[in-house]
Design a protein around this ligand. Structure first.
Ligand code: 5GP
Length: 113
């Protein structure tokens, strides 16, 4: 599988503002933010989308949510933020490497588009 744009950022091949990194995942600021705070939490394992995940990925998927929570707290978002995972092109996914969007810093409407 070709390297995703996110793996290229992780590997330093293209620029990206890496805010957090551990052995399982890393976080970057979204290049086209949809809210004052828009951060992407990405597993190092290049699974394309949630529907491709397997039972072995259980710990990694849970880890992404806990790291998202920690980053939200660090950003001062406490209990007002949204976590989104788009799965598939028709659901708005444009980069095929699982990522959690952390959005906050403004009021968020529901339902999303
Ligand atoms: P998706 O549409 O797949 O759910 O989200 C992909 C996100 O990646 C988009 O919000 C888009 O702005 C962001 N993105 C795409 N290319 C880059 C890039 O080169 N750098 C960063 N930091 N974000 C990117």
């Amino acid at each position: 599988m070709a390297k995703s744009i996110f793996t290229k950022i992780l590997d330093g091949e293209i620029p990206g503002d890496i805010l957090f990194e551990d052995e399982v995942c890393f976080a970057i600021k979204d290049i086209n933010p949809q809210a004052p705070i828009h951060i992407l939490i990405i597993p190092k394992k290049p699974v394309e989308k949630v529907s491709d995940a397997e039972s072995d990925d259980k710990e990694m998927l849970g880890h992404l949510l806990l790291v998202s929570k920690a980053i939200a707290n660090e950003q001062g978002l406490d209990d007002n933020y949204r976590l989104i995972i788009n799965n598939g092109a028709k659901a708005g996914q444009s980069v095929f490497h699982i990522h959690v969007h952390l959005l906050g810093g403004r009021s968020l409407n529901w339902p999303p588009g």
